[in-house]
Write a protein that binds this ligand. Structure first.
Ligand code: HAM
Length: 433
């Protein structure tokens, strides 16, 4: 009798959380390798923090009244002890927590970076995902503005390394909290004076988030928005000096930027310098990198006061841009250099040994797994992108040799085949690389 089994309903990935398949994985790896070299070039060291943190870290660090904390966090209760935990929606708060917890700043400042997934419950679309990846870079314990400039120059170098040109810098200064408070009061006064032309959103936000009211697309409110008091005019001497210093250093480095007084960023920890790198090539989600100074965060999270500045790059967005602008540079690599095909039990055992030998010599090798005809093995060899097939059959074994067949037009003589004694195989393959 036929056994009845209940069909298992296929399980798909969670919406907005993407698999990175092997074809793309190679591109990600190439990109990450390049990025690590770039970061080490500026003395940044790797710091890895957990994906899960206590919810209160983000609530305090990012700010209770931000979109991220109010609406976008994956938060749950730990069933064992009732703690409220959150999947990190960004990395800065965790990095600062780790620096405080391990006393990293006690005798010197630190340049650190983290690469990994972050989670935000946003409405998914191109360039906006619920799990995405960031390259997060933090300079802890530096008052700037030299380090602010260094970070921006460093990013310009990365764009150059990747061959990206359609990417521009937007810059602003948020001043200090007291300056923002004075500006806010003036802004609310301005909104109150124009109360009769504010739409519903404007009325609703005028006290809770007056800056957002200026972001309106409503044409009837445009003139009011344009004539609103600008934060820039409320900056004190020190804040201005910091900003001027940064602009001077950027000019020295030949870096162009647009001063954008509306650039406020979505996280509460910033002061003074804020910046974003933006492109028009990615549709609505064109911000590839965002960052700024957060001099109050270390103290806010319980550490000894220390200034800091940093940024995060959205990897999906940057890879998308890289793929568009330089499809060949970002093309995926072959699976291996050498594909070993074999026929018969003896040859299969020899193939395993030859594979290890070639790997000892630094080659990347796939030994055909399982037993199938030469024809289908060669098909696989071809599909792997290998430069060379190494053939082990009865004749080769009897001669203590392998046949070597070049598979690519760019390798020494495509299609040519020659027998090579096994003990010379690695040298021959490497010399014809
Ligand atoms: P952020 O602007 O929230 O800043 O995020 C940084 C970058 O992550 C964005 O510019 C964007 O490229 C990417 N990104 C943000 N949300 C998504 C999403 N839903 N899907 C795909 N990519 C996204 C921060 O996270 C700060 N911690 C940066 C920082 C570090 N500031 C100082 N240090």
């Amino acid at each position: 009798m036929k056994k009845m089994t209940q069909a298992f309903q296929k399980v798909a990935a969670i919406r907005g959380m993407n698999d990175i398949l092997p074809g793309d994985g190679a591109r990600w790896e190439k990109f990450e390798e390049l990025v690590r070299g770039w970061l080490h070039g500026y003395g940044y060291r790797n710091l890895r923090t957990p994906v899960l943190e206590h919810t209160r870290l983000f609530a305090r660090g990012i700010g209770e009244v931000t979109d991220i904390v109010e609406k976008e966090m994956y938060t749950f209760t730990d069933a064992l002890n009732g703690d409220s935990l959150t999947m990190r929606p960004e990395m800065t708060a965790g990095v600062v927590r780790a620096a405080i917890e391990h006393n990293l700043l006690y005798d010197r400042p630190q340049r650190v970076y983290s690469i990994g997934p972050v989670f935000r419950h946003e409405r998914p679309q191109r360039g906006r995902y619920r799990q995405f990846h960031q390259i997060d870079v933090e300079a802890l314990g530096f008052a700037g503005p030299d380090v602010d400039a260094e970070l921006i120059v460093m990013l310009a170098r990365l764009w150059k390394l990747l061959g990206l040109t359609d990417i521009r810098l937007e810059l602003n200064s948020l001043g200090q909290a007291s300056e923002r408070a004075a500006h806010r009061a003036a802004l609310i006064e301005h909104l109150e004076r124009h109360r009769d032309i504010l739409d519903d959103d404007g009325q609703r936000r005028m006290y809770s988030n007056p800056l957002r009211v200026l972001d309106t697309k409503n044409p009837a409110m445009q003139e009011m928005a344009d004539s609103a008091p600008r934060l820039f005019d409320f900056l004190g001497d020190e804040s201005r000096a910091h900003f001027d210093g940064l602009c001077q250093l950027l000019a020295d480095a030949g870096i162009e930027y647009r001063l954008n007084p509306r650039l406020v960023r979505g996280l509460d920890y910033y002061n003074l310098t804020v910046f974003e790198w933006v492109t028009d090539r990615l549709g609505a989600q064109g911000t590839v990198c965002g960052g700024g100074r957060y001099d109050g965060l270390v103290e806010l999270l319980g550490g000894k006061p220390a200034p800091a500045v940093g940024f995060a790059i959205g990897m999906e967005r940057l890879l998308d841009l890289w793929q568009q602008v330089c499809p060949s540079a970002s093309a995926s690599a072959p699976e291996c250099d050498v594909y070993v095909v074999h026929q018969g039990d003896q040859a299969q055992r020899a193939a395993a040994r030859v594979g290890e030998q070639l790997r000892d010599a630094g080659l990347s090798v796939i030994v055909h797994a399982g037993s199938s005809g030469f024809k289908s093995q060669f098909k696989r060899a071809d599909a792997s992108g290998a430069r060379v097939a190494v053939i082990l059959g009865t004749d080769e074994l009897a001669a203590g040799a392998a046949s070597v067949k070049f598979l690519r037009a760019d390798a020494a003589g495509e299609g040519s085949q020659q027998q090579v004694p096994l003990d010379q195989l690695a040298d021959v393959l490497k010399s014809k690389g």
